[in-house]
Design a protein around this ligand. Structure first.
Ligand code: DSN
Length: 419
């Protein structure tokens, strides 16, 4: 690397990640094999279209890369079709909508302040501007309220229901979502971005064969590069004819929506990285990893609850914890800053029925995927819970915060990033 300035910044970020612990639930540390795939000549190649049907010459090698990624995705998630080209989760969700909706159609996703994602129909997102959004909420207890979702669906008659979230600590009942979608003849999109690694590892139920379309990013619990996939069942139809909107035509509808509907050339180096991550996810070690993510999350949840932290829904079934900091007399933003000071990276987050604004919410969100990748287990969760508690408790005592920061540095040093 000859760009000294960028090299120094890359080294600084690597050091920041290594010396602290990363507990933003949507982040993870990929393997060196995934990183190696990203920084290759595959990055130079244009390949608009799909394997065997490209708009550029010289695609014979990259066709094999994309085919391998598609096959691995299909096998891992048990579907008949995979599109591995979406640049990331947001375009993947928009492409899914483009595939089955007309502008102005009604969509129903979990409201952002209740844990939903921007692209599930929030007003500032294209999905909330080109479609009519009728968001659903969680119940007062923070759990999805399927009866209320069914009632709202009966009233709003959406064309698409989105199941999935960015800040929901519990399992989804995919079958209930299916029943609700069927009751109003709506498509069902399952956004499994946060939990696709847990599904691949067999510790979370899969929506495959239940949802019409599955969208997922590839860099969260799945531990691949930043990217996304759209998965479905059906049969590809004649590519030169516009397919009717039937379930069997979903492969063609999705492919056309991704390219040329929304995107240009796929990032083949990323697709190679996704292929590597998908292979890693089939290994026995990954199942152990996925199990440990949840075990760590549950342990952390019980340790923090014991120390008076108020967990939304009272605990966690997956990789993340959503904590209402009101009872600790500190805002989410302040808690994020205090924890950053001691080397624990989390993010401020709204909690259901938050009395504060989304820009300065009451809660924090934290997760275990990255620290589990570094080999941390239940004993380390106990240490982290104690440090979080002490940091929040002694937030105005800089000497104490320095001591806690040193404890995190020691813990991090014992658990290196993947090599
Ligand atoms: N921004 C991601 C997250 O943090 O959950 C979702 O796209």
């Amino acid at each position: 690397m000859t760009d000294e300035e960028i090299l120094a910044l890359i080294q600084d970020e690597t050091a920041r990640q290594a010396q602290n612990i990363q507990m933003i639930p949507s982040e993870n540390h990929t393997s060196e094999a995934v990183l190696a795939a990203l920084g290759t000549r595959l990055s130079d190649k244009y390949a608009e279209g799909y394997p065997g049907r490209r708009y550029y010459g010289g695609c014979e090698v990259v066709d094999k890369v994309e085919d391998l990624a598609r096959e691995r995705a299909k096998t891992l998630f048990g579907v008949s079709h995979a599109n591995v080209q979406p640049y990331s989760g947001s375009p993947a969700n928009l492409a899914a909508m483009l595939a089955v909706l007309d502008p102005g159609d009604t969509i129903m996703g979990l409201s952002l302040p209740f844990g939903g994602h921007l692209t599930h129909g929030h007003t500032v997102s294209a999905t909330g501007q080109y479609y009519k959004s009728a968001p659903y909420q969680t119940g007062k207890d923070g759990f999805l309220d399927y009866d209320a979702i069914a009632e709202l669906a009966a009233k709003e008659k959406p064309k698409l229901i989105i199941a999935g979230a960015t800040a929901y600590p519990r399992e989804y009942d995919w079958k209930k979502f299916r029943q609700i979608a069927d009751s109003v003849d709506a498509w069902l999109l399952a956004d499994i971005s946060h939990i696709s690694g847990l599904i691949a590892g067999g510790v979370h139920p899969s929506p495959a064969g239940i949802a019409d379309i599955i969208s997922t990013t590839t860099h969260k619990t799945l531990r691949g590069p930043r990217g996304a996939m759209l998965l479905c069942n059906g049969e590809p139809s004649n590519p030169s004819k516009k397919p009717e909107r039937t379930r069997n035509n979903l492969p063609s509808l999705i492919d056309r929506a991704v390219f040329p509907g929304l995107q240009g050339g796929p990032h083949i180096n990323t697709i190679a990285g996704i292929a590597v991550a998908l292979k890693e996810a089939t290994e026995a070690e990954f199942k152990t990893y996925a199990k440990q993510i949840v075990a760590n999350s549950r342990r952390l949840a019980s340790q923090l609850s014991d120390r008076g932290f108020e967990l939304v829904t009272g605990g966690s079934d997956n990789h993340l914890l959503l904590i209402d900091m009101t009872s600790k007399a500190i805002s989410g933003a302040e808690a994020e800053t205090v924890l950053d000071t001691v080397g624990i990276t989390v993010n401020k987050n709204s909690v259901p029925f938050d009395a504060r604004s989304p820009f300065d919410p009451s809660g924090i969100r934290m997760g275990t995927p990255a620290i589990t990748t570094r080999g941390m287990k239940e004993p380390e969760m106990d240490i982290i819970a104690e440090i979080i508690d002490q940091a929040i408790e002694s937030r105005s005592d800089q000497k104490k915060l320095n001591a806690l920061s040193n404890q995190i540095k020691e813990l991090a040093a014992r658990h290196s990033l993947p090599s």
